[in-house]
Design a protein around this ligand. Structure first.
Ligand code: ADP
Ligand code: ADP
Length: 225
């Protein structure tokens, strides 16, 4: 099953008088259950690609499809609904809500999606156990280590069982050992849930542990060995 597909995607910015072509016909497919590392130097368009894949921006040409559904002709509210229910985001800095506990942070997107408190708490607890931090459920973010915070952020991102997980340097502010643990937990989750994960990272060690590696070259997606 193709969870994420970009075909012929173009994105051009204007910088003063000049047009800056960042994506020039990018093609890419990611299957459910696959992890792909997006490895490219700063300024080549990683954030642009993640924003397009996450339906935060619209391409100037080409099509982005989530779980087989072409999103180009959809309205903004329809795209927002897909973003909430079918796509999860993880950032370098976790953006957890400081006044809520770990389990409450993970319940939040489910409550917004209309689940009951009981259902949301059950799924949040299961995810915390899966990420091996069940014993930290009632702690607030400030009481958690960096690795624990990032695992809560990943659990929150997948709380609504999305098809696609997009992560921008999710372990960028962690020491290598902790980054390794967090990534292993993420990978286990991907395999268990059939989620497709695209992870922008500068960490070659982590990239080497993913199913695939891609980069951006000349405005196109290029597969690395
Ligand atoms: P990366 O994430 O790889 O660092 P970005 O996708 O953020 O790259 O940006 C790629 C290039 O496009 C950069 O040169 C950046 O300055 C430019 N750029 C990004 N967003 C805009 C924008 N909204 N307007 C003009 N230029 C932009
Ligand atoms: P730190 O507290 O140093 O930031 P973490 O938050 O990543 O570290 O993890 C807390 C503890 O949980 C670590 O000491 C580690 O031994 C253990 N741990 C975390 N993830 C795993 C895992 N996937 N497998 C085994 N042990 C783990």
């Amino acid at each position: 099953r193709v969870a994420l597909e970009l075909s012929g995607v173009e994105r051009h910015y204007s910088q003063g008088e000049q047009a800056l072509s960042i994506l020039k016909g990018a093609d890419f497919r990611l299957l459910g259950g696959q992890t792909v590392a997006l490895v490219a130097p700063s300024g080549t368009g990683k954030s642009t690609l993640l924003h397009l894949a996450g339906l935060l921006e619209r391409p100037d040409a080409g099509e982005v499809s989530i779980n087989g559904r072409a999103c180009g002709s959809l309205s903004d509210p329809e795209r927002t609904a897909i973003r909430r229910n079918e796509i999860g985001f993880v950032y370098q800095f976790h953006h957890l809500l400081p006044e809520f506990t770990a389990v409450e942070n993970i319940m939040m997107p489910q409550l917004i999606a209309g689940l009951s408190k009981k259902e949301a708490r059950e799924r949040a607890s299961a995810l915390l156990d899966y990420m091996r931090i069940g014993h930290r459920a009632e702690h607030r973010p400030s009481e958690l280590s960096g690795g624990e915070q990032q695992r809560v952020a990943i659990a929150r991102a997948v709380a609504n069982a999305p098809f696609v997980l997009l992560a921008d340097e999710p372990t960028g502010n962690l020491d290598p050992e902790t980054a390794g643990y967090v990534f292993e937990a993420l990978k286990a989750l991907v395999k268990q849930s059939g989620l497709a994960a695209m992870i922008a990272t500068h960490n070659y060690d982590l990239a080497s542990k993913m199913d695939r590696r891609i980069t951006l070259q000349d405005g196109k997606v290029v597969e690395l060995a």
